[in-house]
Design a protein around this ligand. Sequence first.
Ligand code: PAF
Length: 293
Amino acid sequence: MTQSSLHSETVQMPLLPIVRDVPALRRKVGEWRAAGERVALVPTMGALHEGHLALVQGAAQHADRVVVSIFVNPSQFGPHEDFEAYPRTEQEDAGKLTAIGTDLLYAPSVDVMYPKGDVTEITVPIVSEGLCGAARPTHFAGVARVVTKLLLQVLPDIAVFGEKDYQQLQVLKRLAKDLFLSLEIQGFPTQRAEDGLALSSRNAYLTAEERQLAPLLHKSLQDLAQSLRGGAAAAPLLDAAKEALCAAGFGKIDYLELRAAEGLAPLERLSEPARLLVAAHLGKARLIDNIAV
Ligand code: PAF
């Protein structure tokens, strides 16, 4: 990543190059590769917040060049989900990426990513099932499909993803392993607001009142983790926590579960490194979160 001069009085970041097609992308990345540089990819759907920017800055610690992709991927949205409403803020996003010194923004159109006749699907069974996969049955196939395309288009040495989408991270690690992809998939810790709410582009759907209530999700996970560390059975604690969230004003709780940290097998109690994962509706938003236990 290009560093600005520490000595100049006004710090001028270089303009962010934006490419929208695969040949232009390959030309640019090819130049870096020919110079022996290590390349990182940060795939996003845009509407960038501090969590994304932390991923970009984290990626820069592991590579000489950082490519950020912005693509609101239709194949990972179900028929009644928020594909149309999903925030699209490319100009602001490009400004934020310029300010932190990103090397390249790749912002393809739907026609570039899914040209006429494109039919190949990719599924990653087992790890895609349950949790978000239960409420969103086609979601992870859509994520696997687009991320495979992005990885093959950019051919990075490392691709980074937030741990907030923990199941997605596990799906993509499995995919990279199974397909012998020659790159590292790296998870980065969830970025949170001061009150604990995990940063997410979908937090924009919350009303002021819902935003006040939202941090209770993270607090519930922390309290549960505390109780589970004593060796108690998980099921009654999880049920009580779900009831408490609904009583406080949350809508449907899609899941609140204790799973193995690697592979996501369900756990009855804390018997190995684990993850507590939750998805809950609050107003128009479906919030997800998870913590290590
Ligand atoms: O996590 C996301 O923003 C998306 O699922 C991803 C990985 C960019 C694929 O569209």
